[in-house]
Every structure is written in structure tokens, then in C-alpha cells.
Design a protein around this ligand. Structure first.
Ligand code: HEM
Length: 394
């Protein structure tokens, strides 16, 4: 996140700044978070904590992913040279190998768990997520070559679909089925998560097939099938939220999670519909990168981390409440300002307004970094106080 902020501030002087910022966020921030949290949440969902002896292998995977990501970024910085793809391919190989290893290791854990565990089917979403990144990353490596004719656009669409729809989408669906009701303190979630994940997978496969074969209609139908699974989940959660609406349930994380899903649905319905109407030649179709990465992925990531970090650190209800309170500072205002700024960034007619809106939206997200530090400090203080009080009693 720190590197992202620095490159963002210096972006007028950085070559390939759009590509670089997108991939510092997706390869650096998103990939690391999804790998760490998918492991943590799989263990929690299965109520099966791995022994400490399994942790060094996770650390090795994390180092490989980060080493590979740095090589991919460096490779693309030299994109004007004829040999840059060699660095990008080595980095992608390292990174995708480690992500494949992660998928195998999480899959092995799920397969060995008890079948009666309620969230066992949901955890398979994390395996689908990692497998999607392996496939989507290969499309990315192919894009590093100068592809001929219509192939560049076809592979680009498949790359974005696999990585954002598959890698981020599967992980988001698996997590939200359990976390969104917890954030809103409701009991409602899609009754058949296995079917929802299945529809997500079928829609994605259709959309990628459409993109690769240049069939706009197949691409459009696939994207709309994919979106329909999210619409189903969203309306289930909304019904639950509306039936138990009290002011204290409106927090930074609960609102961010809900609105992030709304951005995903809105951008995919718009994109799927334009693909349906275009049919034939896919060149005029640009992927909705900004709403997907900022409205959906970034908003969801910061929102869920604001909930997950204090609840994972734990230390008793008072300590968790202290951490949550810091991360929820001006929570509702931050969510409203962020979403309005993103609308301005996307749709304002004046370029000056768009730049101002982009800065405001990024600021709303970046505030998470100091708040996280304050939250950890506040939570640790309560834990230390409790330990000291217990020591005095003993
Ligand atoms: C091995 C990893 C990856 C490699 C080698 C890679 C490579 C690339 C390349 C070369 C492009 C440029 C396409 C062009 O010429 O316009 C691109 C675009 C893009 N990539 Fe990746 N990528 C990787 C991972 C990811 C991940 C994990 C995500 C998202 C989760 C992602 C999201 C995107 C998006 C949204 C675009 C379109 C950018 C735009 O609209 O300008 N990529 N990628």
C-alpha cells in the first residue's frame, strides 16, 4: 500500500504509470491480501487450524509471490525493449507457480476436513480463486508479447475477466457469504452457496470463451449470468439488512461491503449489455477497469480488512471493540464521500473535477493505513490493561 501511494504521488514522472498503478494494487496489495486471508478464513470456516510447522511453507509461497510480482512490474517498465517479456515471464512463472501451490495446499486442507462442516463448500471458492489467477496470469504474460490483430483485445478481456471476475470474485463471494452477515449482525445469506459459486463459475467460463473466440453475444451472456449470481446474493443480503436496520449496524465495513457488490453488479450489467449489443468485433469494448478495481475490489478489500483485523487480533470483546471503533472512525461519512467521489471520477465532464474526485476517493481509502495503526495500538492497550489487572488479582 505504501509503494502504491508513493508511485501514485509521483505518477506524472513514472513511465507506464496507469499499468504500473493497476498492477502494484492487484499484484502487490490484492494478491497478498487474498492469499493471506483465504488461508486464514479456510482454517476458520473448517475450524481446523494448521500446525505451526505448516507456516514456513506459507512464508516461502508469500516470498515467491512477491519476488515474482516485482519481476513482472520491472519487466513491464522496460516494455519499449525487445527482451522485456523475458523478465515478465520469469516473474509470472515464479508468482503463478506459488499461487498454484497455494491452491493445492488449501484444496488438500478442505478435502481432508469433515464433510459435515457447514462452510466446507464455501471454502472451495478460495481454490477456484487461486486457479483463476493462474489462468488469468498466463493471459497477462501473453499480453506482454506484442499480439497480432484482434488477439490483443480478446486476451485482454479474458485476462481482466479471469483475474477480477475469477480471482477476486470467487474469493469475495466465498468470504462475503460468511462475513457480510457477521458485519451487519444478521443471519441471512444465500441458502445454497454451492449453487451460487457454480453459477459464478459457469458465467465466467462462458464469458472467457466468448472473449477468446471474439463472440460478443457469448461474452455478454456469460457476463450477465455471472452478474446474476451476485444479484441473487445481493438481494438476499439487502432483505436481511432491511429487516434489521438499526443505526449502530451502519459501519465502515458493513456499508463498504454492500456498496462494493453494488459496483460490481452495476459495472458488469453495463459491460455485459454492451457486449451483447456489439456482437462481432470486440475492439470497441473496453473493460470497466476503474469501477471494478476501485469501486468493487479496493472498497471491498479495505472494508473487510477494517472488520477482519480487529476480530482476528481478538483479546476479548472490549479489546475487539476498541480496534473496531478506531477503524470505523467517520465510517459512514468516508463511505459516502468515497462513493460520490468515484462517481465524479467516472462521469464528471470536466477533467479538473475528475482529477480532484480521484484524489478524494484515493484519500478516503488511504486513511485506512493510519487508522489501522491506531486500531492495533488501541486494541493492544486494552489487552495489556486486562493482563495487568489479572496479574494484580492473582
Ligand atoms: C502474472 C500476473 C500479471 C501479468 C503478467 C499481467 C500483465 C498485464 C498486461 C501486459 C496488461 C496490458 C494490456 C495492454 O496492453 O493494454 C494487463 C492489463 C490489465 N491487467 Fe494484468 N497482469 C497480471 C495480473 C493481473 C491481476 C492479478 C489483475 C487483477 C486482479 C490484473 C488486472 C489487469 C487489468 C484490469 C488490466 C487492464 C488495464 C487497463 O484497463 O488499462 N492483472 N495486465
Amino acid at each position: 500500500m505504501g509503494v502504491f501511494v508513493l508511485v501514485g504521488l509521483a505518477h506524472p514522472f513514472v513511465p507506464e504509470s496507469r499499468w504500473l498503478l493497476i498492477h502494484i494494487f492487484t499484484l502487490g496489495v490484492l494478491t497478498n491480501s487474498i492469499m493471506v486471508w483465504s488461508q486464514n478464513l479456510t482454517e476458520r470456516f473448517l475450524q481446523q487450524r494448521l500446525p505451526e510447522s505448516a507456516r514456513p511453507a506459507q512464508l516461502t509461497r508469500s516470498r515467491l509471490v512477491n519476488g515474482g510480482a516485482v519481476a513482472v512490474l520491472v519487466g513491464q517498465l522496460f516494455s519499449t525493449t525487445a527482451w522485456h517479456w523475458i523478465i515478465t515471464w520469469c516473474g509470472a512463472g515464479l508468482m503463478l507457480g506459488a499461487v498454484g501451490w497455494h491452491a493445492w495446499s488449501v484444496g488438500k486442507l478442505i478435502a481432508s476436513s469433515e464433510h459435515r462442516k457447514r462452510f466446507r463448500p464455501v471454502a472451495w471458492g478460495y481454490v477456484a480463486s487461486a486457479v483463476s489467477l493462474v489462468v488469468g496470469g498466463c493471459f497477462g504474460a501473453a499480453l506482454a508479447l506484442d499480439l497480432r490483430g484482434a488477439w490483443h483485445q480478446r486476451i485482454l478481456l479474458a485476462h481482466v475477466l479471469m483475474n477480477v471476475g475469477g480471482f477476486v470474485g470467487f474469493a469475495a463471494m466465498a468470504s462475503l457469504v460468511v462475513l457480510l452477515p457477521a458485519m451487519w449482525r444478521i443471519r441471512v445469506s444465500p441458502a445454497h452457496p454451492r449453487i451460487v459459486l457454480g453459477v459464478v463459475g459457469a458465467g465466467l467460463a462462458l464469458a472467457v470463451a466468448g472473449a477468446l473466440t471474439g463472440g460478443g453475444r457469448v461474452l455478454g451472456i456469460g457476463v450477465l449470468v455471472y452478474a446474476s449470481a451476485w444479484v441473487w446474493a445481493l438481494q438476499t443480503w439487502l432483505a436481511g439488512v432491511l429487516s434489521a436496520m438499526t443505526r449502530d449496524r451502519f459501519t465502515y465495513s458493513s456499508l463498504s461491503a454492500l456498496l462494493a457488490v453494488a459496483w460490481l453488479v452495476a459495472s458488469l450489467v453495463a459491460f455485459g449489455t454492451s457486449a451483447l449489443l456489439i456482437d462481432g468485433f470486440l475492439d470497441p469494448l473496453s473493460p470497466p477497469t476503474l469501477p471494478l478495481l476501485v469501486g468493487f475490489a479496493a472498497q471491498l478489500l479495505i472494508g473487510t480488512m477494517s472488520y477482519l483485523m480487529p476480530t482476528t487480533i481478538g483479546g476479548g470483546p472490549a479489546a475487539t471493540r476498541a480496534g473496531l471503533a478506531e477503524l470505523n472512525r467517520a465510517g459512514v461519512t468516508r463511505v459516502i464521500v468515497f462513493n460520490l467521489a468515484l462517481l465524479g471520477w467516472l462521469f464528471a465532464p470536466s477533467s479538473v473535477v475528475r482529477i480532484v474526485c480521484s484524489l478524494v476517493a484515493c484519500l478516503c481509502l488511504v486513511v485506512f493505513i493510519p487508522l489501522m495503526a491506531r486500531g492495533v495500538r488501541a486494541q493492544r492497550a486494552v489487552i495489556t490493561d486486562h493482563a495487568a489487572a489479572r496479574g494484580m488479582r492473582d
